[in-house]
Design a protein around this ligand. Structure first.
Ligand SMILES: [Zn+2]
Length: 206
């Protein structure tokens, strides 16, 4: 393996940038590429090279999209009055997989984490509050941050802010938190959809 040709080494070095891939696995994967048909490899390389340029954040919910507005926000069958607040884009996938939720989302891209110096302004909380403020039809917020310390702190902070906002503008906004169902410390990204369905059904007023 030490004497792999330079061209293969180069591919392996890129693969090593990926999480969970060490040198050995990278070498093995790089060699595996040699077995993939040339057409497929070209398509793969092109898809990767375009990936960053063609990926944007939805202007409404901050989901990933190739357009200005993501497919969920564009979908006229979704209930736009109901926003589920999640930490990461992959959390959306978990809920969408089971088709258990018909509202729309808001992706925070993180959570409040004082130990790592991440405050409310560092994630998409101000944007969430703006969104609610600017759209009077929004009347339900479901907090689906992870059931751990930072997730709870984030949910609590958002709840306070929305309650203030509702009071100031004399609006009725229902706020709920996923019922758990979900084991404490579990990550939504890895939960199966039946567990998520239960958690959604058992959500409690917050
Ligand atoms: Zn969107």
């Amino acid at each position: 393996m030490v004497n792999l040709p330079k061209n293969i080494k180069k591919v392996a070095q890129f693969l090593e940038l990926l999480p969970g891939i060490g040198e050995k696995t990278a070498n093995r994967l790089a060699l595996y590429f040699l077995r993939i048909p040339q057409d497929t490899l070209i398509e793969f390389a092109e898809a990767i090279s375009r990936l960053k340029q063609t990926t944007k954040l939805c202007q409404i919910c901050f989901n990933l999209t190739e357009n200005e507005i993501c497919s969920i926000c564009q979908d006229s069958n979704r209930q736009k009055n109901k926003i589920m607040v999640v930490e990461e884009v992959l959390d959306i996938l978990s809920f969408e997989k089971g088709g258990i939720y018909q509202g729309v989302y808001h992706v925070l891209h993180g959570r409040i984490d004082p130990l790592n110096h991440i405050g409310p302004e560092d994630i998409k909380i101000p944007q969430l509050l703006e969104r609610i403020k600017n759209d009077n039809t929004i009347d339900e917020i479901i907090l689906a941050t992870n059931p751990d310390l930072e997730g709870e702190a984030t949910a609590m902070y958002i709840t306070e802010k929305i309650k203030d906002l509702a009071q100031q503008s004399k609006r009725e906004i229902k706020i709920s938190r996923l019922g758990y169902g979900l084991p404490i410390g579990a990550e939504i990204e890895y939960a199966d959809y039946l567990t998520l369905k239960k958690a959604l059904e058992n959500r409690s007023k917050y």
